[in-house]
Design a protein around this ligand. Structure first.
Ligand code: AMP
Length: 230
């Protein structure tokens, strides 16, 4: 997974792991004897797990709510905000609120409080694949993995976004490269040092990220490699 010398601990998650984790999470929910009538995905991280839980739990009703907290990979915003609030009537229904991970838990708390007050389900329970127990302000009713040491789960649905931000952070924050151009080989070494993952593990995402960062002029391609743009 990661070694202790890296600057940001990252666990690269595969699609197969996601399917396996949500299937096992569905088992836990099923074994509790409680059955949701509707699943509510927290956008954006809860979308894929929520959709898979619908499949494994045989639930046809899936809606969502956008509660946002982290603006950048492994860097959180000051405060969670609820985007696009809307009203729906869930009285009579058991609702399961689903997110990928409970880190601080603030975005889930915000979504939960809003749903309980405005959508009024018969009962609301919370499920997530991961729960970072030392920092979370809320414990989900259902979770698969208790994480005891903080790590950034690099889920497959944010791979390009995360890799792009990870590269940008090296250029902006690593004193050794500030203000100068960096050859791609050196950049790869720095990436391994910072995040404990090798660019070849993320294959085409590496090239796509460099392309995207160059197109956005965050990076500038030079004769030897790349340097920070704007
Ligand atoms: P939070 O409100 O701190 O519980 O986190 C809100 C959302 O940010 C989560 O649902 C994830 O989508 C993302 N996130 C937060 N922490 C992590 C982490 N350690 N690894 C991966 N994604 C995270």
């Amino acid at each position: 997974m990661t070694n202790l010398m890296v600057k940001v601990r990252v666990k690269l998650v595969s699609w197969d792991e996601i399917v396996d984790w949500t299937r096992r999470l569905a088992n836990i929910i099923e074994e509790s004897g409680w059955r949701p009538d509707v699943i509510i995905a927290v956008a954006r991280g809860g979308y894929v797990p929520a959709r898979l839980l619908c499949d494994f739990l045989d639930v046809t009703d899936l809606i969502s709510i956008q509660s946002q907290h982290w603006v950048e990979a492994a860097r959180m915003a000051e405060k969670a905000i609820l985007r696009y609030p809307y009203k729906v009537d869930l009285t009579e229904l058991n609702a399961l609120l689903v997110d990928d991970i409970v880190d601080t838990g603030e975005s889930l708390i915000l979504a939960r409080d809003y749903i309980v007050k405005e959508w009024r389900p018969k009962e609301l329970r919370i499920a997530a694949m991961q729960w970072i127990s030392p920092v979370a302000k809320i414990k989900p009713d259902y979770y698969l993995i208790e994480v005891k040491e903080w790590v950034w789960f690099q889920y497959p649905w944010t791979r390009l976004e995360d890799i792009s931000q990870f590269i940008t952070r090296i250029f902006r924050e690593d004193e050794r490269v500030k203000g100068r151009e960096v050859e791609e080989e050196e950049l790869k070494q720095l990436f391994i040092e910072w995040y404990g993952i090798h660019p070849h593990e993320v294959r085409e995402y590496w090239d796509l990220a460099l392309k995207k960062l160059t197109a956005k002029q965050i990076l500038v391609k030079t004769s030897k490699g790349y340097k920070l743009g704007k």
